[in-house]
Design a binder for this molecule. Structure first.
Ligand code: 2NL
Length: 339
């Protein structure tokens, strides 16, 4: 009987648990209701009276020892767990997600850079404008349909305060403020009251250009725009001008570039014409010069305007405008730039 206890003691001394579950199994085996200790207590009842003292002390010491072992083993397994979860502070951290430039910003910066190289300054102005700077000074007749509520966002009920529909309002401010020569571009947000679709949005971005001096010719305009097209789309690009109409220029034209998808042969993107429209331009109407305090007898100039989304569509072949406004990281991440 006593030898039996010594054997159990040895067994317990040898045992090592490697997990919390094993410690629990150990506890149940020795201290559980049907465990080893419970059996010993049962046997204890049959022990003759004169041996009871020694036997009792032995069982109590055994019980004590089992409890100590359980504490020890729990301590051991929890330390092992902590060590396995310990962080190596010398390891490099997880990589930071770097943001990327928005495609509209990339194209805008490229356009700015090209014209800056040609000596154009950058001018900015308010997005909330008045009728004069957006329409009247640009030679829009009072009843022009662009001023319709359907096309322009007016602020409250005042027909004089509105969101600019093109950035030429900025250039009107430059012409009022600064005598020629003027050579400036105005990039910025513009607003039109349109239903949002793949091809139209109520907010978009423009770059307009203006050059006013003595002896500025239509040939200067053509050469500048050809240079621009080659810089932004590549040397292989062809351009053509088609006659057009704007209230603020005379003569007016629209410039097309040769379709990059089919190389001018004709495809469904260029609707089998081989050409894609990119911008509007013309010689500044003498009325506009007059309105802004510049002598039309002495000075003349050219102007042009383009939609940045339109240039981005042609360059990246992303033809749903809405993608430029939804800020879906998966879309935005695809554009790389040096700017
Ligand atoms: C288009 C057409 C154009 C202009 C913008 C302009 C500015 C002044 C005077 C005269 Cl201050 N013109 N800007 C000229 C011709 C066309 O834009 O379709 N843009 C997307």
């Amino acid at each position: 009987m006593l030898q039996n206890i010594d054997r159990i003691l040895e067994e317990i001394r040898q045992f090592q648990a490697d997990s919390r579950e094993e410690v629990e199994q150990f506890r149940i085996k020795y201290l559980g209701k049907k465990g080893v200790l419970a059996d010993l207590f049962k046997e204890f009842r049959q022990v003759p009276a004169e041996e009871k003292k020694e036997f009792g002390q032995k069982i109590n010491r055994l019980k004590q020892f089992i409890s100590e072992r359980i504490e020890e083993m729990l301590d051991h397994v929890s330390r092992e767990y902590e060590e396995s979860a310990m962080v190596d502070l010398t390891l490099p951290g997880p990589p930071l997600q770097l943001g990327t430039r928005h495609p509209i910003s990339i194209i805008r910066n490229q356009i700015i850079e090209i014209f800056a190289r040609l000596g154009f300054t950058i001018s900015e102005g308010p997005e909330i404008e008045d009728d004069w700077h957006v329409f009247t000074a640009l030679n829009f007749p009072p009843e022009h349909p662009a001023k319709d509520m359907q096309d322009t966002f007016f602020i409250e009920k005042d027909p004089d305060i509105l969101l600019r529909t093109q950035t030429s309002s900025v250039q009107v401010r430059v012409m009022e403020r600064q005598p020629p020569p003027i050579r400036t571009i105005s990039p910025g947000r513009v607003f039109r009251n349109e239903a949002i679709s793949a091809r139209a949005h109520c907010i978009f971005h423009q770059v307009e250009g203006l050059y006013i001096d003595e002896n500025v010719s239509f040939a200067d305009l053509m050469q500048t725009l050809l240079y621009f097209a080659r810089e932004i789309f590549g040397e292989q690009i062809e351009t053509r001008l088609r006659p057009s109409y704007f209230p603020f220029t005379e003569p007016s034209a629209e410039m097309d570039i040769s379709c990059q998808i089919c190389g001018g042969k004709g495809c469904n993107v260029c609707k089998y014409t081989g050409w894609l429209e990119i911008l509007g331009c013309g010689m500044v109407d003498p009325n506009v010069l007059e309105f802004t305090g510049i002598d039309p007898e002495k000075y003349g100039g050219y102007a042009f305007g383009m939609g940045i989304e339109r240039v981005a569509m042609l360059k990246y072949q992303v033809r749903d405008l809405r993608l430029y406004f939804e800020n879906d990281i998966r879309f935005l991440k695809q554009f790389q730039s040096a700017y």
